[in-house]
Design a protein around this ligand. Structure first.
Ligand SMILES: Cc1ncc(COP(=O)(O)O)c(C=O)c1O
Length: 442
């Protein structure tokens, strides 16, 4: 049986006349500007559930085969394609593995999709607070110790830091492994004791945005039903074809390609060491392809380093006052790394003290309402100064590093208000505060 790419090619070769959706009719009814940007072929491949092209909602042919390849690559018995990122994959796992009212332990610094899945599934978060690395101004997730609990942990994290969870005894350990798409290429046993995980294929692998997968073990669990609940019934065929091509590539040449990317990041790390510039992944176990440099060692803030790099055409993954994060992939070249090093070589600041946000995890507000209760609650705006004792309506987050100071439904404490006022006065970006006011639940 040929795959989706072949089937789409064959269909295009027939020069078909479309009296079906999508309305652009194989690209005839599309602005020229858009076609110039994306190419004619994209629209010829943008088909629908025609005979032979299978159906993501209930796959039986080429899409099922693609999902089987994903499961083989990740090493767990079942996998489904997500055409809405890890966002949909995380929510689908929450809706299928847990029942309303259940408590799930999650990292305090989790992606917002975990919280959103809890609203939909009427679940209750129990937060695991991270260690705060003051050198970089970044959280480092802790390994929980309690067995037989329900967990949904972020591993690896955005910076590529990896926790060893093999000692955790529970059959309900789920992972947000959004950043772990290439892990099977260098840690084939990584998902060994995991019941299920979400992974963004697009974040690290040879796939376009927003392809992802949900991968799991238990044959009795209906993850597809949950995915179908939240995903479109009109998935993009160019995207699904790209998913097939990407997974074929990883199965065939992934390990070799990964090795090449690792050599590039190793070369960068050697340079950093020689120049006395620290990097986060030297302190903690981590993905070899992520490098977070310590801004203080260059004598300027991470924002200034990033600005200088971007001015010269180099775009890092993320930055904050204390750090700049670089992500390597087999798509990078020696020339890229050479240019990066050449620019960093010119950065020598004299700032003795770089501003690092205070630890946003040093206080632990109490959850007064469940995610679902607060979602449907009535709200009003009050002055931040007068908000102590109220329940927060929205999440309040300081950027960078995107650390949640308050989750919706948490009691606003004196420490939280003081923390927010301190950072707002310094001009730090905070979401969830509107002109000095905060939304609370009446
Ligand atoms: C840890 C983590 N989980 C989940 C997501 C959501 O992934 P996606 O963008 O594929 O929906 C992200 C995206 O930034 C993330 O960083």
């Amino acid at each position: 049986m040929s795959g989706l790419i072949d089937k789409i090619q064959k269909h295009i070769q027939k020069k078909p006349i479309s009296f079906h959706m999508p309305g652009h009719k194989n690209g005839r009814f599309i602005p020229k500007k858009v076609k110039n940007l994306l190419g004619e072929k994209y629209f010829k491949a943008d088909l629908t559930e025609l005979p032979g092209l299978d159906n993501l909602y209930a796959p039986e042919e080429a899409i099922l085969k693609l999902e089987e390849k994903l499961s083989r690559y990740f090493g767990l018995p079942r996998a489904h394609l997500s055409v809405n990122g890890s966002t949909a994959a995380v929510i689908a796992l929450l809706l299928s593995f847990f029942r309303p009212g259940e408590k799930i332990a999650i990292d305090r610094m989790s992606h917002v999709s975990l919280y959103h899945g809890m609203v939909l599934g009427d679940l209750i978060p129990e937060f695991i607070y991270p260690h705060w690395d003051e050198e970089y101004g970044l959280p480092v997730n802790k390994t929980p110790k309690a067995h037989n609990k329900s967990y949904f942990l972020t591993n690896p994290d955005y910076q590529g830091l990896i926790r060893d969870l093999t000692e955790l005894k529970t059959d309900r350990l789920l992972l947000d492994a959004a950043h772990g798409g290439l892990i099977p290429l260098w840690r084939p046993d990584f998902f060994k004791n995991i019941a299920g995980f979400a992974v963004s294929l697009h974040k690290t692998g040879p796939f376009p945005n927003p392809l992802a997968a949900v991968v799991f073990r238990d044959k009795g669990i209906e993850v597809k039903r949950a995915l179908n609940l939240i995903q479109t019934t009109s998935p993009s065929y160019p995207l699904m074809a790209a998913a097939e091509g990407g997974v074929d590539m990883l199965l065939k040449v992934g390990a070799r390609a990964f090795q090449k990317a690792k050599e590039l990041s190793d070369h960068f790390k050697e340079y950093l060491k020689k120049r006395g510039i620290g990097f986060l992944q030297d302190k903690y176990p981590a993905d070899p392809l992520k490098v977070t440099i310590k801004a203080a060692d260059l004598g300027v803030s991470g924002e200034k380093i990033a600005a200088k790099l971007m001015k010269k055409g180099i775009y890092p993954e993320a930055y904050g006052p204390g750090y700049v994060l670089f992500m390597f992939s087999p798509g990078n070249t020696e020339k890229d790394v050479k240019k990066l090093i050449n620019i960093i070589e010119t950065i020598k600041g004299t700032d003795k003290k770089i501003f690092i946000p205070k630890n946003p995890f040093s206080f632990q507000p109490e959850l007064k309402l469940t995610p679902r209760e607060v979602y449907y609650a009535q709200e009003k705006l009050v002055d931040l100064k007068a908000s102590v004792g109220y329940t927060a309506r929205d999440g309040v987050t300081v950027y960078p590093p995107g650390a949640p100071v308050l989750y919706p439904g948490e009691e606003i404490t004196k420490e939280a208000v003081e923390y927010l006022e301190y950072h707002l006065n310094l001009g730090v970006k905070v979401t969830g505060i509107y002109d000095g006011r905060i939304k609370v639940v009446r």
